[in-house]
Design a protein around this ligand. Structure first.
Ligand code: SF4
Ligand code: SF4
Length: 275
Protein backbone atom coordinates (compact mmCIF):
# COMPACT_ATOMS: atom_id res chain seq x y z
CA UNK A 1 0.00 0.00 0.00
CA UNK A 2 2.81 2.40 0.98
CA UNK A 3 4.69 1.62 -2.24
CA UNK A 4 1.61 2.33 -4.35
CA UNK A 5 1.02 5.59 -2.50
CA UNK A 6 4.64 6.66 -3.01
CA UNK A 7 4.37 5.92 -6.71
CA UNK A 8 1.12 7.88 -6.92
CA UNK A 9 2.78 10.86 -5.25
CA UNK A 10 5.75 10.64 -7.64
CA UNK A 11 3.38 10.54 -10.61
CA UNK A 12 1.33 13.45 -9.29
CA UNK A 13 4.47 15.59 -8.99
CA UNK A 14 5.73 14.61 -12.46
CA UNK A 15 2.38 15.23 -14.12
CA UNK A 16 1.78 18.54 -12.39
CA UNK A 17 5.19 19.91 -13.42
CA UNK A 18 4.78 18.66 -16.95
CA UNK A 19 1.41 20.40 -17.29
CA UNK A 20 2.55 23.56 -15.48
CA UNK A 21 5.35 24.24 -17.96
CA UNK A 22 2.92 23.94 -20.87
CA UNK A 23 0.87 26.90 -19.69
CA UNK A 24 1.04 29.86 -22.03
CA UNK A 25 2.11 32.27 -19.31
CA UNK A 26 4.96 30.05 -18.06
CA UNK A 27 8.34 30.47 -19.77
CA UNK A 28 10.40 28.07 -17.65
CA UNK A 29 11.06 24.49 -18.71
CA UNK A 30 11.91 21.72 -16.27
CA UNK A 31 13.55 18.32 -16.32
CA UNK A 32 12.29 15.12 -14.69
CA UNK A 33 11.79 15.66 -10.94
CA UNK A 34 13.34 13.49 -8.21
CA UNK A 35 11.18 12.57 -5.20
CA UNK A 36 12.39 11.31 -1.81
CA UNK A 37 10.64 10.40 1.45
CA UNK A 38 12.25 11.34 4.78
CA UNK A 39 11.39 9.92 8.18
CA UNK A 40 10.23 13.03 10.04
CA UNK A 41 11.62 11.53 13.26
CA UNK A 42 15.04 10.72 11.81
CA UNK A 43 17.76 11.95 14.21
CA UNK A 44 19.19 14.16 11.46
CA UNK A 45 15.89 16.02 11.00
CA UNK A 46 15.39 16.28 14.74
CA UNK A 47 18.89 17.80 14.99
CA UNK A 48 18.27 20.59 12.46
CA UNK A 49 18.01 23.26 15.21
CA UNK A 50 21.62 22.34 16.04
CA UNK A 51 22.74 21.82 12.43
CA UNK A 52 21.09 24.79 10.68
CA UNK A 53 19.77 27.36 13.14
CA UNK A 54 18.51 27.31 16.76
CA UNK A 55 15.12 28.51 15.51
CA UNK A 56 14.81 25.89 12.77
CA UNK A 57 11.30 24.44 12.82
CA UNK A 58 10.71 20.81 13.80
CA UNK A 59 8.18 18.85 11.73
CA UNK A 60 6.06 17.84 14.74
CA UNK A 61 5.46 21.54 15.47
CA UNK A 62 3.88 21.90 12.02
CA UNK A 63 1.90 18.65 11.89
CA UNK A 64 1.59 16.99 15.33
CA UNK A 65 1.09 13.46 13.96
CA UNK A 66 3.74 13.80 11.25
CA UNK A 67 5.51 10.66 10.06
CA UNK A 68 6.96 11.46 6.65
CA UNK A 69 8.29 14.46 4.77
CA UNK A 70 7.94 14.30 1.00
CA UNK A 71 10.91 16.12 -0.56
CA UNK A 72 11.24 16.78 -4.26
CA UNK A 73 13.80 18.28 -6.61
CA UNK A 74 12.75 20.10 -9.78
CA UNK A 75 15.65 20.46 -12.22
CA UNK A 76 15.98 23.39 -14.56
CA UNK A 77 17.27 22.89 -18.12
CA UNK A 78 20.73 23.28 -19.63
CA UNK A 79 19.43 26.11 -21.83
CA UNK A 80 18.34 28.06 -18.77
CA UNK A 81 21.71 27.47 -17.10
CA UNK A 82 23.50 28.62 -20.26
CA UNK A 83 21.55 31.88 -20.24
CA UNK A 84 22.99 32.66 -16.80
CA UNK A 85 26.68 31.92 -17.43
CA UNK A 86 27.74 35.39 -18.51
CA UNK A 87 27.01 38.93 -17.38
CA UNK A 88 29.27 39.28 -14.32
CA UNK A 89 27.12 39.57 -11.23
CA UNK A 90 23.97 40.20 -13.28
CA UNK A 91 21.71 37.19 -13.59
CA UNK A 92 19.90 36.52 -16.85
CA UNK A 93 16.23 37.56 -17.08
CA UNK A 94 15.37 33.93 -17.81
CA UNK A 95 17.04 32.89 -14.54
CA UNK A 96 15.17 35.51 -12.51
CA UNK A 97 11.87 34.57 -14.11
CA UNK A 98 12.48 30.86 -13.52
CA UNK A 99 13.08 31.54 -9.85
CA UNK A 100 9.72 33.27 -9.41
CA UNK A 101 7.78 30.87 -11.63
CA UNK A 102 9.18 27.97 -9.63
CA UNK A 103 8.15 29.55 -6.34
CA UNK A 104 4.63 29.86 -7.78
CA UNK A 105 4.80 26.24 -8.96
CA UNK A 106 5.72 25.05 -5.47
CA UNK A 107 2.81 26.93 -3.89
CA UNK A 108 0.33 25.30 -6.29
CA UNK A 109 1.87 21.85 -6.40
CA UNK A 110 2.18 21.56 -2.63
CA UNK A 111 -1.53 22.39 -2.32
CA UNK A 112 -2.26 19.67 -4.87
CA UNK A 113 -0.19 17.13 -2.90
CA UNK A 114 -2.05 18.11 0.27
CA UNK A 115 -5.41 17.68 -1.48
CA UNK A 116 -4.33 14.25 -2.71
CA UNK A 117 -3.33 13.15 0.80
CA UNK A 118 -6.57 14.47 2.30
CA UNK A 119 -8.47 12.43 -0.29
CA UNK A 120 -6.63 9.36 1.06
CA UNK A 121 -7.84 10.27 4.59
CA UNK A 122 -4.38 11.45 5.61
CA UNK A 123 -3.13 14.71 7.08
CA UNK A 124 -0.65 16.95 5.31
CA UNK A 125 0.79 20.42 5.59
CA UNK A 126 3.55 22.87 4.83
CA UNK A 127 5.13 25.56 6.94
CA UNK A 128 5.03 29.29 6.20
CA UNK A 129 8.67 29.30 7.33
CA UNK A 130 9.58 27.68 4.01
CA UNK A 131 8.80 30.97 2.26
CA UNK A 132 9.76 33.33 5.06
CA UNK A 133 13.07 35.06 4.62
CA UNK A 134 14.95 36.64 7.52
CA UNK A 135 17.09 39.37 6.00
CA UNK A 136 19.05 39.92 9.20
CA UNK A 137 20.19 36.30 9.57
CA UNK A 138 19.95 34.99 5.98
CA UNK A 139 19.29 31.51 7.33
CA UNK A 140 16.03 29.70 6.75
CA UNK A 141 14.05 28.19 9.60
CA UNK A 142 12.91 25.46 7.19
CA UNK A 143 15.81 24.30 5.08
CA UNK A 144 14.46 22.45 2.05
CA UNK A 145 17.99 21.31 1.19
CA UNK A 146 18.67 19.73 4.58
CA UNK A 147 15.36 17.89 4.53
CA UNK A 148 16.03 16.73 0.98
CA UNK A 149 19.37 15.41 2.25
CA UNK A 150 17.53 13.40 4.92
CA UNK A 151 15.27 12.06 2.15
CA UNK A 152 18.31 10.68 0.34
CA UNK A 153 18.15 13.12 -2.57
CA UNK A 154 21.80 14.20 -2.53
CA UNK A 155 24.92 15.34 -0.70
CA UNK A 156 26.15 18.85 0.04
CA UNK A 157 28.66 20.37 -2.35
CA UNK A 158 31.35 22.97 -1.85
CA UNK A 159 28.87 25.34 -3.52
CA UNK A 160 26.54 25.05 -0.50
CA UNK A 161 23.90 23.33 -2.64
CA UNK A 162 22.53 19.83 -2.37
CA UNK A 163 23.97 17.88 -5.30
CA UNK A 164 21.54 15.26 -6.54
CA UNK A 165 22.43 12.38 -8.82
CA UNK A 166 21.00 14.50 -11.67
CA UNK A 167 22.69 17.77 -10.69
CA UNK A 168 22.07 20.83 -8.55
CA UNK A 169 20.70 23.33 -11.07
CA UNK A 170 17.13 23.24 -9.79
CA UNK A 171 15.02 23.79 -6.69
CA UNK A 172 13.68 21.78 -3.73
CA UNK A 173 10.36 21.75 -1.92
CA UNK A 174 8.72 19.68 0.82
CA UNK A 175 5.32 18.59 2.16
CA UNK A 176 4.69 16.95 5.54
CA UNK A 177 2.22 14.12 6.09
CA UNK A 178 1.07 11.64 8.71
CA UNK A 179 1.11 8.85 6.10
CA UNK A 180 3.52 6.14 7.14
CA UNK A 181 5.57 5.79 3.94
CA UNK A 182 8.77 3.79 3.86
CA UNK A 183 11.58 6.31 4.30
CA UNK A 184 14.67 6.80 2.17
CA UNK A 185 17.96 7.25 3.98
CA UNK A 186 20.68 9.90 3.65
CA UNK A 187 23.19 8.88 0.99
CA UNK A 188 26.50 7.30 1.95
CA UNK A 189 28.24 8.54 -1.19
CA UNK A 190 30.13 11.80 -1.72
CA UNK A 191 29.03 13.57 -4.88
CA UNK A 192 31.07 16.80 -4.72
CA UNK A 193 34.37 16.33 -6.56
CA UNK A 194 36.23 18.74 -4.30
CA UNK A 195 35.04 16.99 -1.15
CA UNK A 196 35.70 13.61 -2.73
CA UNK A 197 39.22 14.10 -4.06
CA UNK A 198 40.15 17.78 -3.94
CA UNK A 199 39.52 18.41 -7.65
CA UNK A 200 37.09 20.68 -9.50
CA UNK A 201 36.35 23.90 -7.60
CA UNK A 202 34.45 25.25 -10.61
CA UNK A 203 31.82 26.79 -8.34
CA UNK A 204 34.46 28.87 -6.54
CA UNK A 205 36.02 29.93 -9.84
CA UNK A 206 32.65 31.04 -11.22
CA UNK A 207 31.59 33.09 -8.20
CA UNK A 208 32.13 36.70 -9.35
CA UNK A 209 32.22 38.21 -5.85
CA UNK A 210 34.38 36.01 -3.66
CA UNK A 211 31.34 35.04 -1.58
CA UNK A 212 32.15 31.39 -2.23
CA UNK A 213 35.70 30.26 -1.42
CA UNK A 214 37.40 26.96 -0.62
CA UNK A 215 37.20 27.96 3.04
CA UNK A 216 33.48 28.66 3.17
CA UNK A 217 30.51 30.66 2.06
CA UNK A 218 29.86 34.29 3.02
CA UNK A 219 26.06 34.53 2.85
CA UNK A 220 26.10 38.29 3.42
CA UNK A 221 28.39 38.94 0.43
CA UNK A 222 26.22 36.63 -1.66
CA UNK A 223 23.01 38.34 -0.57
CA UNK A 224 24.41 41.75 -1.53
CA UNK A 225 24.64 40.50 -5.13
CA UNK A 226 21.16 39.00 -5.01
CA UNK A 227 19.77 42.35 -3.87
CA UNK A 228 21.44 44.08 -6.82
CA UNK A 229 19.68 41.67 -9.16
CA UNK A 230 16.38 42.28 -7.36
CA UNK A 231 16.65 45.96 -8.31
CA UNK A 232 16.96 44.94 -11.98
CA UNK A 233 14.30 42.22 -12.00
CA UNK A 234 11.19 43.70 -10.45
CA UNK A 235 8.80 42.45 -13.13
CA UNK A 236 8.59 38.77 -12.17
CA UNK A 237 7.44 39.22 -8.57
CA UNK A 238 8.93 38.44 -5.20
CA UNK A 239 7.75 35.30 -3.50
CA UNK A 240 9.43 35.60 -0.11
CA UNK A 241 7.52 37.17 2.73
CA UNK A 242 8.23 39.07 5.89
CA UNK A 243 8.43 37.26 9.19
CA UNK A 244 4.88 38.32 10.07
CA UNK A 245 3.58 37.16 6.67
CA UNK A 246 2.70 40.73 5.75
CA UNK A 247 3.88 40.47 2.15
CA UNK A 248 6.92 40.51 -0.07
CA UNK A 249 10.13 41.65 1.61
CA UNK A 250 12.09 42.37 -1.54
CA UNK A 251 11.66 44.70 -4.47
CA UNK A 252 12.24 41.88 -6.96
CA UNK A 253 13.94 38.59 -7.70
CA UNK A 254 16.89 38.00 -5.38
CA UNK A 255 18.95 35.72 -7.59
CA UNK A 256 22.46 35.06 -8.87
CA UNK A 257 23.38 31.37 -9.30
CA UNK A 258 26.65 31.89 -11.22
CA UNK A 259 28.35 29.33 -8.99
CA UNK A 260 25.87 26.70 -10.19
CA UNK A 261 25.22 27.37 -13.84
CA UNK A 262 28.77 26.85 -15.12
CA UNK A 263 29.65 23.87 -12.92
CA UNK A 264 29.96 20.19 -13.84
CA UNK A 265 27.57 19.31 -11.02
CA UNK A 266 24.78 21.47 -12.50
CA UNK A 267 23.58 18.53 -14.65
CA UNK A 268 25.12 15.11 -14.41
CA UNK A 269 24.14 11.47 -14.09
CA UNK A 270 25.75 9.79 -11.11
CA UNK A 271 23.84 6.55 -10.67
CA UNK A 272 26.96 4.54 -9.93
CA UNK A 273 29.31 7.03 -8.26
CA UNK A 274 30.65 5.57 -4.99
CA UNK A 275 32.66 7.08 -2.14
S1 SF4 B 1 31.45 22.70 -8.90
FE1 SF4 B 1 32.79 21.00 -8.31
S2 SF4 B 1 33.62 21.59 -6.30
FE2 SF4 B 1 31.82 22.89 -6.69
S3 SF4 B 1 30.12 21.81 -5.73
FE3 SF4 B 1 30.17 21.15 -7.87
S4 SF4 B 1 31.42 19.29 -7.86
FE4 SF4 B 1 31.79 20.34 -5.90
S1 SF4 C 1 25.00 32.94 -5.79
FE1 SF4 C 1 26.95 31.84 -5.96
S2 SF4 C 1 28.06 32.95 -7.54
FE2 SF4 C 1 26.46 34.32 -6.85
S3 SF4 C 1 27.47 35.55 -5.24
FE3 SF4 C 1 26.41 33.83 -4.26
S4 SF4 C 1 28.01 32.28 -4.03
FE4 SF4 C 1 28.74 33.75 -5.57
Amino acid sequence: MGCIMKQQIRELIQTYISEYQQREEIATCYGEPLVGFADAWHPYIQSLPQVVSPTHELPQNILPDVKTIIAYYVPFTKDLAKSNRTGGITASPEWARAYEETNALFAELNEEIIRFIHAKAGHAGITPKAVTFYQDRLISDWSQRHIAYAAGLGTFGLNNMLLTRCGCCGRFSTVLTNLDLEADQPLTVEYCLYKKNGTCGACVKHCPTGALTYDGYDRFKCYAVCKENAKIYTQFGSSYTNEDGSGANSVGSEVCGKCITGSPCAFWKLESRKK
